[in-house]
Design a protein around this ligand. Structure first.
Ligand code: ADP
Ligand code: ADP
Ligand code: ZN
Length: 217
């Protein structure tokens, strides 16, 4: 199953993608994670992306298209994957259509996770990350021991772009460049909208129920 998780920054895409990847045993493909991994290893891609990420802007479409094409062509994506953070613009959605055509895949569903701005701000400001990819929230999803990852015991940190200045810009960028995708996918008949304000487990169950009913048809 090819699934796109869509929603504003902080809506819970990464959190839900990890749980869905486990349930459906398909890979979680996060462009944000791929870019941060490249940044950590100082690759040309990472250094190019950094300029945009630090300001809360989108990395240019052409850069992302190559990244996604390579990733989706890998054999672990043969029976599908969960795309988190891609596509984020209409040109990216068009590129994804072309890439999937070329690879003989079809997009089954786009899950639109709706969360209002005020909630998004609370989530982003309390988000804490681990180098292993796990993410937590200081109030809504705290680790067992403050500041320490449950999975690998390493110290948690706050993403650079989760600090005040970049956040407002990321929300504005989402509205201007990403929100038009909702209509794009609604027209294609693949959009499912869920209420992202419920608790993590409830949102997960709502998404899983929607995916299961698709699989059953
Ligand atoms: P969030 O889930 O909080 O929105 P991500 O980890 O998905 O954050 O993305 C972090 C940053 O990486 C974005 O602000 C943007 O600069 C860059 N990025 C990630 N995915 C894309 C994409 N599909 N197109 C352009 N830029 C992207
Ligand atoms: P995204 O990938 O869309 O940017 P994340 O999955 O990283 O979002 O979630 C953003 C923050 O909100 C994290 O700190 C996460 O623990 C927390 N969070 C995710 N889903 C919920 C939820 N349903 N209720 C409360 N907090 C949540
Ligand atoms: Zn960890």
């Amino acid at each position: 199953m090819m699934i796109v998780l869509f929603g504003p920054p902080g809506s819970g895409k990464g959190t839900q993608a990890k749980k869905l990847a486990e349930k459906y045993t398909i890979p979680h493909v996060s462009t944000g994670d791929i870019l941060r991994e490249n940044l950590k290893h100082q690759t040309a891609l990472g250094l190019e992306a950094k300029k945009y990420m630090d300001r809360g802007e989108l990395v240019p479409d052409e850069v992302l298209d190559g990244v996604i094409k390579d990733r989706l062509a890998q054999p672990d994506c043969d029976s599908g994957c969960i795309l988190d953070g891609y596509p984020r613009t209409i040109p990216q959605a068009e590129a994804l259509d072309a890439i999937m055509n070329e690879l003989g895949k079809t997009l089954d569903v786009v899950v639109n996770i709706e969360v209002p701005d005020a909630e998004v701000l609370k989530r982003i400001s309390g988000r804490r990350m681990c180098a292993c990819g796990a993410s937590y929230h200081i109030h809504f999803n705290p680790p067992n021991q403050e500041g320490i990852c449950d999975l690998c015991n390493r110290p948690l940190y706050q993403r650079e772009d989760d600090k005040e200045t970049a956040v407002m810009n990321r929300i504005a960028v989402y509205k201007k460049q990403s929100q038009p995708l909702i209509e794009y996918y609604r027209r294609k008949g693949v959009l499912v909208t869920v209420d992202g304000t419920a608790e993590i487990q409830e949102v997960f169950e709502e998404i899983a129920a929607a995916l299961d009913s698709l699989q059953a048809t």
